[in-house]
Design a protein around this ligand. Structure first.
Ligand SMILES: Nc1nc2c(c(=O)[nH]1)N[C@H]1C(S)=C(S)[C@@H](COP(=O)(O)O)O[C@H]1N2
Ligand SMILES: [Mo]
Length: 411
C-alpha cells in the first residue's frame, strides 16, 4: 500500500508533473516549521464549543463605505460587503464571507420565538407560521448562488477581482418550498404575482411572478451552510429564488402577499429599475457568467512558471455545461476542467493548468450553460442592451498579466 503510493507520487513528479519542478522549496527543507508545538490550552478550549479559523487566517469580506454605497445605489445607509472571491476554495462561500447587499438599514434584531411568517392576499386561507411550525414541515436543502445585479465588471486597470465580481456568494440553503406554503393557503384564481415583505426599519418589499414562487426551487430558508442564516443574510428567514437577481431574494422575511400585479415599491424602483426593456426593469434570471479568480485583478504573480488558472462560472437558467479559457487574449480557447459538482444555479469551479513564460498575457474565461447560452463579449453585450452599463454585466472579464506579474483589469 505504502510502496504503491510512493511510486505514484514519484511518477507524477518525474512524468506529467515536470512542469511542477521548481515550485516546491526542495527536499529536506521544511524550513522554519516546528514539529512539537501546541496551541495555548485556553485557545484550544475556546475553539471547542464553536470553531473559529486558525489565527493565521485573515481572509475577510471587503466592506464598502457609505460613499461607495451612495454611488452604487444612491443609498448612504446601506450595508454592503464583497465576498473575497480570490480566497474561496470549492463552491461554497462560508457564511461569514458571503457578500452583503442591504439597503436602508442594519439587520433587524429578531427573536426567533416571536417571529411570524404570514401568507395572505389572494389566498383562500391566510396563514401565520412560527419558526417552529415552519421547521416541522418537510425541509429542502439546495446549493444556490445569490448575485446582486450590481455585480458588473467595469473598466479601469486597477479594479480588482472583488470590485468587479464580489457581489456573489453560494451557500447551501435549507428551508421550506414557498410553493408548499402557497398550496396550503390556496392561491385564488386570477393571482399572478407575489410580494415578499420584510422586517426592518425600512420594511422593504419586492414583487416577483407567482410562476417562480410555485416552482419547487423557491425556498423560504432558515438554514445557511448547516446553521441558521446569518443576521446580515436574513436571519431568521429569507427568500431564496434560485437564478433570479439578488434583489428579489428578500431577507428578514415576514410576509408573502399574493396579488394580481407587481407593486413596484419604493425600494424596487429607486435603485434597481431600468425601464427600457421591461416595465419593472427586471431581467429576472442572471445570464451565463464566469470569472477567473486566480490570477485575477489586484493579484501579483511571484514569478513565471507553473500556475493553475482557477475561477467560477454560473448561470441563472440552469447548470454550467462548459467553461472555456483563453490565455492569449481570446485568439484561442481551451476547455477548462470542472472541479466538483456543476449544480443548477450554483457557483461552479473550473481550472486549467498554465505555464507562464514571463511575457505579457491576457487571460479570460467564458461560460456556456446547459441551455446553450454563451457568456457575451462586451461588444455583443452592448449590441443587445444598447449600453455597456446595462443591468447584468455578465460580459467576459479579461485580466492582463504584465511582464512583472501584476494582474490588471483589461476591460
Ligand atoms: N429586506 C431586505 N432584503 C434584501 C435586501 C435588502 O436591502 N433588504 N437586499 C437585496 C439585495 S439587493 C440583494 S443583492 C440580496 C443580497 O443578499 P445577501 O446580502 O444575503 O448576500 O438581498 C436582497 N434582499
Ligand atoms: Mo443587490
Amino acid at each position: 500500500m505504502h510502496a504503491k503510493r510512493a511510486t505514484t507520487r514519484r511518477q507524477v513528479l518525474k512524468g506529467g508533473g515536470a512542469a511542477l519542478v521548481g515550485l516546491a522549496a526542495g527536499a529536506g527543507t521544511a524550513s522554519g516549521q516546528t514539529l512539537r508545538t501546541t496551541m495555548p490550552d485556553n485557545l484550544a478550549r475556546e475553539l471547542m464549543a464553536y470553531g473559529r479559523r486558525s489565527r493565521y487566517v485573515e481572509t475577510g469580506r471587503i466592506t464598502l463605505d457609505n460613499k461607495v454605497n451612495m454611488q452604487m445605489h444612491g443609498d448612504p445607509y446601506g450595508f454592503d460587503a464583497l465576498t473575497p472571491l480570490g480566497e474561496q476554495m470549492g463552491i461554497i462561500t462560508p457564511a461569514p464571507l458571503h457578500f452583503i447587499s442591504s439597503h436602508g438599514d442594519p439587520p433587524p434584531d429578531v427573536d426567533p420565538a416571536k417571529h411570524r411568517l404570514m401568507i395572505h392576499g389572494m389566498v383562500e386561507r391566510p396563514l401565520v407560521f412560527t419558526m417552529d411550525e415552519l421547521k416541522r414541515l418537510p425541509s429542502v436543502s439546495r446549493i444556490n448562488f445569490i448575485e446582486c445585479l450590481a455585480n458588473r465588471p467595469q473598466p479601469g486597470e486597477e479594479r480588482t477581482l472583488e470590485q468587479n465580481h464580489g457581489l456573489i456568494g453560494c451557500s447551501e440553503w435549507t428551508g421550506v418550498p414557498l410553493s408548499l406554503l402557497l398550496k396550503e393557503a390556496g392561491v385564488k384564481n386570477g393571482a399572478s404575482w407575489v410580494v415578499g415583505e420584510s422586517l426592518g426599519r425600512t420594511q422593504q418589499a419586492r414583487s416577483f411572478p407567482l410562476g417562480k414562487a410555485m416552482m419547487d426551487d423557491t425556498l423560504v430558508a432558515y438554514g445557511q451552510n448547516g446553521e441558521p442564516v446569518q443576521p446580515h443574510n436574513g436571519y431568521p428567514l429569507r427568500l431564496v429564488i434560485p437564478g433570479f437577481e439578488g434583489k428579489f431574494q428578500l431577507k428578514w422575511l415576514r410576509g408573502i402577499k399574493v396579488t394580481d400585479q407587481p407593486y413596484v415599491t419604493y425600494w424596487e424602483h429607486s435603485s434597481f429599475t431600468r425601464r427600457e426593456r421591461s416595465p419593472l426593469g427586471a431581467y429576472w434570471e442572471q445570464g451565463p457568467k464566469s470569472v477567473i479568480t486566480h490570477p485575477a485583478g489586484g493579484q501579483r504573480l511571484p514569478g513565471h512558471g507553473y500556475f493553475t488558472i482557477v475561477g467560477f462560472a454560473w448561470s441563472g437558467t440552469g447548470a454550467v455545461s462548459r467553461v472555456e479559457v483563453s490565455t492569449d487574449g481570446g485568439r484561442t480557447w481551451q476547455n477548462a476542467e470542472i472541479e466538483g459538482p456543476a449544480l443548477p444555479m450554483a457557483m461552479t469551479r473550473f481550472k486549467l493548468p498554465w505555464t507562464w513564460d514571463g511575457s505579457e498575457a491576457v487571460l479570460q474565461s467564458r461560460c456556456i450553460d446547459e441551455r446553450g447560452d454563451v457568456q457575451p463579449t462586451p461588444e455583443e453585450y452592448g449590441a443587445f442592451w444598447g449600453e455597456y452599463a446595462a443591468p447584468h454585466g455578465n460580459v467576459i472579464q479579461p485580466w492582463r498579466v504584465t511582464s512583472v506579474g501584476r494582474v490588471l483589469n483589461a476591460l
